[in-house]
Write a protein that binds this ligand. Structure first.
Ligand code: AP5
Length: 219
């Protein structure tokens, strides 16, 4: 049976780290709107050129652009087996559009929304120490270091720091999350599908909490 999940949480909570581990384990597509946008920026597409200014200043890309990007992605064949959304939805308008997309495309509803909770002071520490490779593998200089400094363990590519991980942009992203995305906690809680996860624990402990929320044996 196909299942659709949304990973909610502030910037740096560990959504990307967990989404990669979990989607591989349960065999559903991992859809990160941040990764899709960065790919568009890299390839200098019309969407990428429009999105870049919003991303670099820590603001959200407009809903209509995001919703049509996700609508195209969800139509690809791998999503018929289920999907784990990472960084989407981020506004109530996106959440309502996603509910409709799932209904229209798969006659499905979101099964569960794990919300990874981490206080702001830790988020800044995590994002300012984050490095990643062009293929989306994520590390941290202290909490999750690669075996060889500056080199991705998974694919050998050089690691870099994201443009929007500077402290002033991170602070803006956290503020945007509080104002525009945090209302989704109540939205999904009212729908009875929200599961709160303590994101301050170590990575494998957070993974175990999410598996438990999804009702899946993660062993
Ligand atoms: P996006 O790429 O989605 O960024 P984000 O939501 O801000 O999330 P991050 O990728 O920064 O953090 P994460 O929670 O994935 O944490 P990670 O696992 O890397 O979006 C970027 C921009 O694109 C937005 O600002 C916006 O402009 C635009 N955008 C994207 N989607 C949009 C949408 N739907 N609508 C509008 N605009 C949109 O972990 C962080 C670090 O912590 C890593 O170094 C990791 O190794 C480490 N870490 C992870 N877990 C732990 C742990 N348990 N303990 C210790 N360290 C840990």
């Amino acid at each position: 049976m196909a299942n659709y999940y949304v990973l909610l949480g502030p910037p740096g909570a560990g959504k990307g780290t967990q989404a990669k581990l979990i989607s591989e384990k349960i065999g559903v597509a991992h859809i990160s709107t941040g990764d899709l946008l960065r790919e568009n920026v890299k390839n200098r597409t019309v969407l990428g050129l429009e999105a870049q200014g919003y991303m670099n200043s820590g603001r959200l890309v407009p809903d209509d652009l995001i919703i049509s990007m996700v609508r195209e992605r969800i139509a690809l064949p791998d999503c018929s087996k289920g999907a784990l959304m990472d960084g989407f939805p981020r506004t109530v308008a996106q959440a309502e559009a996603f509910d409709k997309m799932l209904q229209d495309a798969f006659n499905a509803k979101i099964a569960c929304v794990p919300c990874i909770e981490v206080p702001a002071v830790l988020l800044i520490e995590r994002l300012s120490g984050r490095t990643m490779c062009p293929n989306g593998h994520v590390f941290h200089q202290v909490f999750n270091p690669p075996a060889a400094e500056g080199v991705c363990d998974e694919c050998g590519a050089a690691l870099y720091q994201r443009d929007d991980d500077k402290v002033e942009t991170v602070t803006k992203r956290i503020e945007v999350y509080e104002n525009q995305t945090a209302p989704l906690i109540a939205y999904y809680d009212q729908a009875g599908i929200l599961a709160r996860v303590d994101g301050t624990q170590q990575i494998d402990s957070v993974t175990a909490q999410i598996f438990s929320a999804l009702g899946i044996d993660g062993a």
